[in-house]
Design a protein around this ligand. Structure first.
Ligand code: ATP
Ligand code: MG
Length: 424
């Protein structure tokens, strides 16, 4: 992509509305723009990152054996009445009417729609287990949308729903999803904790959340410094415990002491059991040929929230430091004197095509600006590797390599393949 052609409105300063670093940087790096409270447009650079996370999630879901579908965003009231959630969800559920005054809502989650699909189309235990997922826009009329896409009203989620014949099979699928979420977050390279959680409006027997650790996290979690013990303090509060007195106390599992940390909830997995299936009469014929209620699990991961969470953990005073696998481009060619010196323009374009042919995603900064402006923009948007073609190139055929994390070296342009291998 040529920088001069890219819709990339970078900003020197973040607008007033932005409080946390990820929101500031997403606006400054021209990734998103606000349309209304909690509702954003994703610009080309932001969308590239969003799609990369989406791809990682899809790959891991597919390899876990889950199947992808796409359910509607607009859902009829009747389905929500079957589970009593038309009332229970309150003002968070955005309700709309069609031209015949029929009631609908914009889906904040999809338990009702998927359960309806399964009860109508799956008849026997022999067709189980099933784990169905989608990657889709959700709408929740949040009381306090804030922090940009971190707590939006409209956001992208991967949600999946498993259907099992009994508790033991549900447990098995649940653990597969738990592993899948670990793989997703580890591929992106984020520091995280799995914590015991409150099941909230979704309900069910037990649930765990995946938290990316960051000072700006909205959740407070209690974790042991020497074991897997971790719990969302929301759950402790519900059980009447006193959080302040927990700090530095021995962990309830007898290993290590408790530390209080802030986390961004990026994923949440639930063992729903029979809650939805009972309300909606979702049965299959069991081994004895009798109707038996399905056991369900549901598993959500916030794709748009993950973009913000990744930035919260990967930034410095200059801008974003993308984990390489989700960077919008692998390489930025910074061509100094592009509009002035034909030799530089020719060499940059040649290098640009070669790198693209090698499979890299490349940005060529062909603007008239000088080194300072170009490098500042590159650092702000967080491209992992810069190749600088300038004066030195004309004299010696050498280009400078500068990685976003500070490494640099000078090399002959003809060695580019070897050099890039080294940088990997
Ligand atoms: P929260 O406690 O942050 O409100 P939740 O418990 O309501 O989230 P779930 O219903 O568990 O969320 O949804 C699954 C995932 O969807 C969350 O783990 C989060 O990553 C994402 N998510 C939920 N609400 C939002 C939102 N308003 N904006 C962006 N992502 C969200
Ligand atoms: Mg949750």
């Amino acid at each position: 992509m040529l920088f001069s052609k890219l819709l990339l409105p970078t900003l020197k300063d973040a607008p007033q509305e932005a409080e946390v670093i990820s929101h500031k940087l997403m606006l400054r790096a021209g990734m998103i723009r606000r349309v209304a409270s909690g509702i954003y447009t994703w610009l080309p650079l932001g969308l590239k990152v969003l799609r990369k996370i989406e791809t990682i999630v899809r790959e891991e879901m597919d390899s876990s054996g889950a199947q992808e579908v796409l359910m509607p965003m607009v859902q009829p009231k009747e389905l929500w009445e079957e589970t009593n959630r038309w009332e229970k969800m309150g003002p968070e559920l955005l309700r709309i009417q069609d031209r015949h005054n029929r009631d609908f809502c914009l889906g904040p989650t999809h338990e009702e729609v998927i359960t309806d699909l399964i009860r109508n189309n799956v008849k026997s235990y022999k067709e189980l287990p099933l784990n169905i997922y989608q990657i889709q826009t959700k709408f929740r009329d949040e009381v306090r949308p804030r922090y940009g896409v971190m707590r939006g009203r409209e956001f992208l989620m991967k949600d999946s729903y498993s259907f099992n014949e009994d508790e033991a099979c549900l447990q098995e699928t649940y653990l597969t999803m738990r592993d899948t979420y670990k793989k997703i977050i580890e591929r992106i390279g984020l520091d995280y904790k799995i914590v015991a959680a409150d099941s909230g409006a979704i309900g069910g027997d037990a649930s765990e959340e995946f938290h990316v650790l960051a000072e700006t996290g909205e959740d407070t979690i209690a974790i042991s410094d020497d074991s897997e013990y971790a719990i969302n303090t929301e759950l402790l509060l519900k059980e009447g415990e006193d959080i302040a007195s927990l700090e530095g106390k021995p962990s309830p599992d007898g290993k290590g002491v408790i530390q209080i940390k802030k986390g961004i909830e990026v994923g949440h997995i639930f063992q729903l059991g029979k809650v939805y299936a009972e309300d909606m009469k979702a049965n299959v014929l069991n081994k004895e040929g009798k109707a038996s209620t399905l056991f369900m699990g549901c598993y959500g991961i916030g794709i748009s929230r993950l973009v913000a969470a990744a930035i919260e953990q990967n930034n410095d005073e200059k801008g974003i430091l993308w984990p390489h696998c989700i960077a919008p481009f692998d390489i930025n060619i910074i061509a100094i004197g592009y509009g002035k010196d034909q030799k530089i323009a020719d060499a940059s374009i040649k290098l640009y095509s070669e790198l693209k042919d090698m499979g890299y995603e490349v940005l060529l900064d062909d603007r008239k600006d000088g080194y300072g402006t170009k490098m500042k923009d590159s650092e702000l948007i967080g491209i992992p590797l810069n190749l600088i073609i300038g004066k030195r190139f004309i004299e010696t055929n050498e280009i400078e390599l500068k990685s976003r994390n500070g490494d640099s070296s000078t090399n002959d342009i003809s060695n580019i393949k070897t050099i890039l291998d080294f940088y990997k």
